[in-house]
Write a protein that binds this ligand. Structure first.
Ligand code: GDD
Ligand code: MG
Length: 327
């Protein structure tokens, strides 16, 4: 079985972080976002096809240096084709029922169960579903008692929102679904789903967690979710000495003596935090140096950044070189 991984977006809402690194390669706890998604695919997926335009070279370089266990084929997408167009663009790699996965969220969806559900229902298309309070940034569905989808609507207004069950971004599709994707720029959600509803679309909800990693707040949330899940990050070096509170991870070679960390702090490797600094709800990537008596909250500090003494950084993403040009 093949899976198409959709990671073609530019990650605009995560700038300037995404000027250095494409969103799929942003480290989330122990590995890049993209690998969280790839590693969750069922064993029967023997090839992951990834149509990419933006920063394709960076991604190819990363995969060459960190060869993944599963076969990953990067296919050039010259112009963004939309979520449906991108799938159509890699049609030649698909040979039967297949999976499509939005690469910008992490979740506890059991993909093996999801594929089994698709088969049991003899569905033409199946969608993973998650309940949220505000469905307006997502695609919503109306489900019947047999889990069949009666309606699908992308990005409803508050008035239009007939459901709180949203598309969690994993689809199982029959091969023939490709025939319903037109040429050029096509949105899977706006154009294809409404067209194939009557062929049998089913929705599967799941328990656990689902975090979209598209913004600073939600990316931070992804860290705390994975850390709470355990496994992904057992505490690294001893955190007692730094006055740490809950959900604090201090990575290899990082030091924070005399600083106050937490709640919710992730220091990657070789980070140094100066005495008297206080950090909460923030992630600091490799080799960053935080001066003394700094206050950092709700922030992402990128690799190699130097923060001067007494700095106050709140609600921001700080990178070393900024965005050199408007990419
Ligand atoms: N290759 C390629 N080409 N990938 C694309 C393109 C494109 O032109 N446009 C978007 N993608 C990728 C994005 O990188 C992302 O991983 C995924 O497709 C979904 O696109 P987003 O732009 O992030 O869409 P969204 O977050 O507004 O909404 C989608 O995801 C929600 C769940 O997170 C929709 O599928 C919603 O229905 C859904 O609820
Ligand atoms: Mg998204």
């Amino acid at each position: 079985m093949k899976a198409v991984l959709l990671v073609g977006g530019k990650g605009t809402r995560l700038r300037p972080l995404t000027c250095r690194v494409p969103k799929p390669l942003i480290p989330v706890v122990d590995k890049p976002l993209m690998l969280h998604v790839i590693d969750s695919l069922p064993d029967e997926v023997d090839e992951v096809v990834v149509p990419v335009g933006y920063k394709r070279d960076v991604m190819e370089d990363y995969l060459a240096r960190n060869p993944p266990k599963r076969r990953i084929t990067i296919v050039e997408e010259r112009e963004p084709m939309g979520t449906g167009g991108a799938v159509k663009n890699v049609e030649e790699y698909i040979d039967g029922p297949f999976l499509v996965v939005n690469g910008d969220s992490i979740s506890s969806l059991n993909m093996r169960r999801f594929v089994a559900f698709h088969r049991e229902k003899k569905a033409f298309a199946s969608i993973s579903l998650w309940e949220v309070d505000d469905p307006t940034p997502f695609g919503i569905v109306d489900l019947d008692e047999d889990q069949r989808i009666r309606r699908f609507q992308e990005k409803p207004t508050r008035e239009e929102a007939f459901s709180k069950l949203v598309n969690a971004g994993v689809y199982a599709l029959e091969y023939e679904a490709l025939d319903h994707i037109g040429e050029g720029f096509v949105s899977m959600e706006r154009e294809v789903f409404p067209k194939i509803l009557d062929k049998g679309m089913y929705g599967l909800t799941f328990d656990g967690y689902w975090v979209d990693c598209g913004t600073r707040e939600s990316l931070l949330d992804a860290f705390w979710t994975l850390m709470a899940e355990g496994g992904a990050a057992a505490p690294g070096s001893p955190v007692e000495e730094v006055g740490a509170r809950d959900q604090v991870f201090v990575g290899e070679g990082s030091t924070a003596a005399g600083a106050e960390l937490g709640p919710r702090v992730y220091l990657a490797s070789r980070v140094h935090v100066g005495e008297g600094s206080k950090i909460e709800n923030s992630v600091v990537f490799d080799d960053a140096r935080i001066g003394r008596s700094c206050r950092i909250a709700n922030a992402i500090i990128d690799e190699g950044v130097t923060v001067p003494d007494n700095a106050v950084l709140e609600d921001e993403i700080v990178v070393r070189d900024g965005c050199p040009r408007d990419e």
